[in-house]
Design a protein around this ligand. Structure first.
Ligand code: SF4
Ligand code: SF4
Length: 434
């Protein structure tokens, strides 16, 4: 890896050890089918999907089983051929239980294709909506919404996010390396749908092999911008600053500066939906962490229980571990490992239980959290204001601008769980507005 000292980046941020070498060279494998799948009706931002199947129905892999309930919602499809066993409340990686369609797989079925043929006869936003695609970088925002530019607004640049700045995760890296043409074709489709003049793919320097592969495959049609390795560079506002040098003001959206950001994994899913007619029924998940002896990147059907995924990589006696979905900075600890893999889940990380929280000490006013915050907030002040439940001052200090990246908690020498407190502060402000 050749690092350019002056590679563009954003202000502030942190440099956690990236830990990506453990799985970066692992080609994407495939998780075998398991006995039962739980497809949550809420695995995206927006309204829950509405089931269109009933208990006892036989479903084919790729079949529509729940429809989006409003514009900001998504369709759900069967990840496996089998029988609808239940439609009931089931564990969800968010920690709350959510209504889900439970499918018992048919181990003897030969109908596991999941794709229905090319879909070039309709507008891209419709194909993407039909396929139930969400942003694959973790936020799980319905992708068709970001393909519909409001009237009177224009997009000059489509910025593709290939940063994957969270430690350990390598699923986007592998997709760029193994499927550059599909990523580029998906990017071109999105650019055309948005009417953008240009596309740029932002890739961090620790994935320079992926940047080279994309450059070679694109033959100059798309520019690939290498940015410094820094967290949270994959956040939309940070990536826009790093690659395009534009500031998105507090309370504004990338569209307000003429930009739309999509993830490279989303471009791949768009390509699959249009060229193959394949809905979003599986995704690449990185399974890694200190407790995983052989980290993997795997195609995993949506709805696969996390415990089955861990059993596949050789982990049992799961009460000995801390399991996190997503990356270690913004991911969520999993209490119930029956919870399924969902569309926005880029990784499952496993740590020995000895990695439990460290003792918290008083604030020593070192200012490191201020230097880390990419939104130029004052995390220690927000923490105190939350403790004092001072809603007016929380608003004055722009608590809602915090996007919970965890950089402040990461650098705090007193191990103060700043981001948890600030999350509470945001909730207090929201509740006060109702
Ligand atoms: S205050 Fe929010 S945005 Fe700033 S570093 Fe902490 S978690 Fe990130
Ligand atoms: S980093 Fe921690 S100890 Fe330092 S000022 Fe912020 S809250 Fe206080």
């Amino acid at each position: 890896m050749v690092l350019i000292a002056s590679a563009p980046t954003f202000s502030h941020g942190v440099h956690p050890a990236d830990q990506k070498a453990r799985s970066a060279t692992e080609p994407i494998g495939r998780m075998p089918f398991v006995r039962e799948y739980s497809v949550p009706l809420r695995q995206h931002i927006g309204a829950a999907s509405e089931p269109i199947v009933a208990v006892g129905d036989i479903v084919q892999r790729g079949q529509l089983i729940a429809k989006r309930a409003s514009f900001v919602s998504t369709n759900q499809h069967a990840p496996v051929t089998g029988r609808v066993k239940a439609i009931e409340t089931r564990p969800h990686p968010s920690g709350v239980s959510v209504r889900a369609i439970v499918i018992e797989s048919d181990p003897f079925s030969s109908q596991q294709m999941g794709a229905s043929g090319p879909r070039s006869d309709q507008a891209l936003a419709d194909s993407v909506s039909d396929a139930g695609i969400v942003g694959m970088g973790g936020a799980a925002f319905p992708a068709h919404v970001k393909l519909s530019v409001p009237e009177g607004r224009t997009v000059d640049t489509l910025l593709m996010n290939g940063c994957e700045c969270e430690p350990y995760l390598t699923c986007d890296h592998r997709i760029m390396l193994e499927h550059p043409t599909a990523v580029l074709e998906g990017t071109a489709m999105i650019q055309t749908a948005l009417g953008a003049k240009a596309s740029v793919i932002g890739v961090e320097q620790n994935k320079s092999d992926a940047a080279d592969v994309l450059r070679a495959a694109s033959k100059g049609s798309v520019s690939v911008a290498q940015v410094a390795v820094k967290y949270p560079q994959g956040a939309e506002k940070m990536l826009i600053k790093a690659v395009l040098g534009r500031e998105v003001p507090v309370g504004k959206l990338p569209l307000d500066v003429g930009v739309v950001v999509h993830n490279v994994g989303t471009a791949f899913a768009v390509h699959e939906a249009v060229r193959l007619g394949k809905p979003l029924i599986e995704r690449v998940v990185t399974v890694s962490g200190p407790a995983v002896s052989q980290p993997r990147n795997l195609w995993v059907p949506i709805g696969t229980p996390i415990c089955d995924l861990l059993a596949f990589v050789g982990l049992d006696q799961l009460d000995q571990y801390i399991v996190i979905s997503g990356g270690p900075m913004m991911g969520q600890a999993q209490k119930n490992l029956q919870a399924p893999v969902v569309k926005g889940m880029s990784g499952i990380l496993v740590f020995p239980a000895a990695h439990q929280a460290t003792k918290e000490y008083p604030c020593i006013r070192c200012g490191r959290c201020l230097d880390a915050c990419p939104m130029f907030l004052n995390p220690t002040r927000l923490w105190l204001l939350t403790r004092n439940r001072d809603i007016e001052a929380l608003n004055q200090h722009h608590v809602q601008a915090c996007f919970e990246c965890g950089s402040c908690s990461y650098v705090c020498p007193s191990h103060i769980p700043l981001v948890h407190a600030i999350r509470m502060g945001k909730k207090l402000v929201r509740e006060a507005q109702v």
